[in-house]
Design a binder for this molecule. Structure first.
Ligand SMILES: NC(=O)c1ccc[n+]([C@@H]2O[C@H](COP(=O)([O-])OP(=O)(O)OC[C@H]3O[C@@H](n4cnc5c(N)ncnc54)[C@H](OP(=O)(O)O)[C@@H]3O)[C@@H](O)[C@H]2O)c1
Length: 350
């Protein structure tokens, strides 16, 4: 089978390099172009990534000597995955969509646009219907789809089986987020080593609003937001990879503890689609009292799963638990790839 050519925008950043690593040996896609800012354009990928490539594996052979380009339409690929800095993503992604490219984005810029799907395939793949409206109303040949904020993705994956089985009225979530979530070079070392910073710009707003769209119902190419209240507190902690979230939930119908665990374990909604990057078990429950931990559980299902633990009753809400997820894999690069695979499975790339 001829592979679909992918252009990676923002290929030099934390998310961009994770896309390149995950894309090595992909059965459907191959990286055909890499693009970044003017300061990187014209150099080889390897040259620019000296001291920036963060994986223990080498840069994939197929990408190592590729010349970085300006992130402008005209690059030779069937689809682009965007890992652009949010200060430039709005305009660049729109330019690509206008010129007929399909854009699967990690950036925050278009997530809440009324005609842009904010996708987690296991939760809301029917929101893809917005693409038709986007093309029609904007007069574009291409289109933009987005994945949610890295903490939102793991929160929503953990909540989805519970929403389906018991209904959720309220959620309180406190995050402990890794430094790689701030990109490269990110938070200055003098600010974060031996420290916890109880503020991440705009993060709480994202966590409180994005899930309402994600759990919303699509009707007539419009999303009707879910009726749920979320209160979030976000903290940056001195960990390199992985966001931990402490979650309390008030249900519409309070279930038993075993019912909750069963709903996590049985959650496997898109098996039939056969997406290569989809985890077999999107939500994994750990019974041990001191799990999940960043050191032990971050790479479950290759970093594509959300790992839940410490489920117990809550004296204010109904239940509380923790969820841990990889911010760069399922929280960003892997999510954009999975969304691209969903497009292929649904016939958008033909
Ligand atoms: N890190 C995470 O955990 C995470 C999770 C979810 C979503 N996201 C989102 O994903 C995106 C990338 O995040 P990141 O952590 O990878 O950030 P990053 O490490 O700071 O990388 C930013 C990328 O944007 C490129 N860029 C900057 N200015 C540009 C310009 N004027 N024209 C073209 N390219 C430009 C950079 O290229 P140069 O190297 O040439 O400057 C670099 O490749 C952001 O929108 C972020 O909010 C990140």
């Amino acid at each position: 089978m001829k592979k679909i050519g992918i252009g990676v925008l923002g290929a030099t950043g934390m998310v961009g390099q994770t896309i390149i690593k995950l894309m090595e040996n992909h059965p459907w896609f191959e990286v055909r172009e890499v693009a970044a800012s003017e300061k990187s354009a014209g150099k080889t990928y390897e040259e620019v990534m000296v001291n920036r490539w963060s994986a223990s594996e080498e840069i994939p052979e197929t990408v190592r000597n590729m010349k970085l380009k300006d992130a402008r339409p005209g690059i030779d690929c069937d689809m682009v995955l965007s890992a652009l800095d949010s200060s430039v993503a709005s305009v660049i992604e729109k330019n690509f969509a206008k010129e007929g490219y399909m854009v699967s984005s990690n950036a925050k810029n278009h997530r809440m646009d009324d005609d842009v799907p904010l996708l987690i395939p296991e939760i809301n793949h029917e929101h893809l219907a917005l693409v038709e409206r986007q093309r029609k109303e904007r007069g574009w040949k291409g289109f933009i789809i987005t994945d949610p904020n890295c903490s939102t993705i793991h929160l929503c994956l953990a909540l989805k089986p519970l929403v389906d089985s018991f209904g959720i009225e309220k959620v309180a979530v406190t995050t402990m987020q890794a430094v790689s979530g701030a990109g490269y070079p990110g938070v200055p070392s003098m600010d974060i080593i031996d420290n916890v910073v109880p503020f991440i710009k705009e993060e709480e707003e994202k966590l409180e609003t994005e899930p309402l769209k994600i759990f919303g119902i699509e009707k007539g190419m419009k999303i009707h937001n879910a009726d749920m209240k979320i209160s979030a507190q976000c903290n940056r902690v001195s960990v390199k990879y992985g966001h931990m979230e402490a979650v309390s939930v008030k249900f519409s119908r309070k279930p038993g503890r075993d019912e909750i665990i069963k709903s996590f374990e049985e959650f496997s909604p898109i098996k039939k689609l056969g997406l290569p990057s989809a985890p077999k078990r999107p939500v994994i429950y750990k019974e041990e009292e001191n799990r999940p931990q960043n050191k032990l559980d971050l790479n479950a299902e290759g970093g594509m799963a959300s790992v839940v633990g410490r489920l117990r009753e809550c004296s204010i809400m109904d239940y509380k638990f923790v969820v841990l997820g990889h911010n760069l894999v399922r929280g960003a690069a892997g999510a954009a790839i999975l969304n691209a695979e969903l497009l292929k499975a649904k016939g958008y790339l033909e």
